[in-house]
Design a protein around this ligand. Sequence first.
Ligand SMILES: *[C@@H]1O[C@H](CO)[C@@H](O)[C@H](O)[C@H]1NC(C)=O
Ligand SMILES: *[C@@H]1O[C@H](CO)[C@@H](O)[C@H](O)[C@H]1NC(C)=O
Length: 357
Amino acid sequence: MDFISGFTTISSFLIACILAIGLQLSFFSPISPDMLEFPAISSSLVLSNSKLQDAEKLGEGLLVKPEDVTIDEMGVLYTATRDGWIKRLHKNGSWENWQWINSDQLLGITTAAAGGIIVCDCEKGLLWFTEDGVTNLASHVNGVKIRFADDVIEASDGSVYFSVASTKFGFHDWYLDLMEAKPHGQLLRYDPALNETSVLLGDLYFANGVALSPNQDYLIVCETWKFRCLKYWLTEEKRGVKEVFIDNLPGGPDNINLAPDGTFWIALLELVPSRLQYLHGSKLLKKLLATFPRSMIQVHGVYEKAMVANVGSDGKIIKILDDPTGKTMSFVTSALEFEGHLYLGSLNSDFIGKLPL
Ligand SMILES: *[C@@H]1O[C@H](CO)[C@@H](O)[C@H](O)[C@H]1NC(C)=O
Ligand SMILES: *[C@@H]1O[C@H](CO)[C@@H](O)[C@H](O)[C@H]1NC(C)=O
């Protein structure tokens, strides 16, 4: 009798636990995951050279997680930081707190031909900062609020091309987009003449860096979770055609910038494929992990290392620079070449890296 009632109590308890976990996973998991394949990375590419450890630290202590960098034709460097500041570094070496906006989600920035700089704000969309203040260029597309605007470039015809990393998850939940592994990213174009924004490409796996080719006949947009970047043609004959520019990158591509010699610099996030492959091996495991966000920090390796790649216009890797232990820099999100130096933004530093090339 005692044995039977004890057994019933234990089994009821177990059943209740299983039901609770099942409910948690089916109803409360923030993601509805798909599977994702990661590239097998050629070992010749992952030979470390520690070159990024030689970076000098610009503005150390002044800059809260400067994700992107841009430099105007006068040689003034701009960056947007997590405390809502657009800060700039003058040629004489002094930093200026230039413009402020109430946001902790400023990402990609670029110079504007009409003066000032254009900035991606994950909440407000596309912002244009000038000496006179800020204008919101684009906040909606097709009637839907633009969220998680990520990187931006302006073409010589005035078109502003920018990426939306995810239409589902916000900046602070970026790793949930990685766990869900569905293509929620977009490539957008803002037309200043019509004051209109349109979608050029949808279904991108975390659309991130955007760059223009030297003669502006195509755009490059990077898909972080696919370890690849796409070409999007802008010429009359091939307008709208999409091709792979480079795939099997040795990390998840973040921002991309055209270099003076016509090659590109791509910042690569250290999303360790072996760990991610394991994680992506089970939808149930992903649902479970996604309910414990802290656990994700252990899985992806972005806080441990830094890597940037120089890639030719033929889509071939020319060289890779890295910091294999994160000694000087980790989570490097952008690399911009200017006058023989590489300027490095990072979501895990309080400075801009400056490396002689
Ligand atoms: C550096 O240059 C800026 C812009 O011209 C100027 O406002 C600032 O006062 C200068 N700072 C120093 C220390 O010379
Ligand atoms: C552009 O359109 C938006 C609405 O989509 C509007 O709020 C804004 O005032 C317009 N800007 C100009 C310069 O007409």
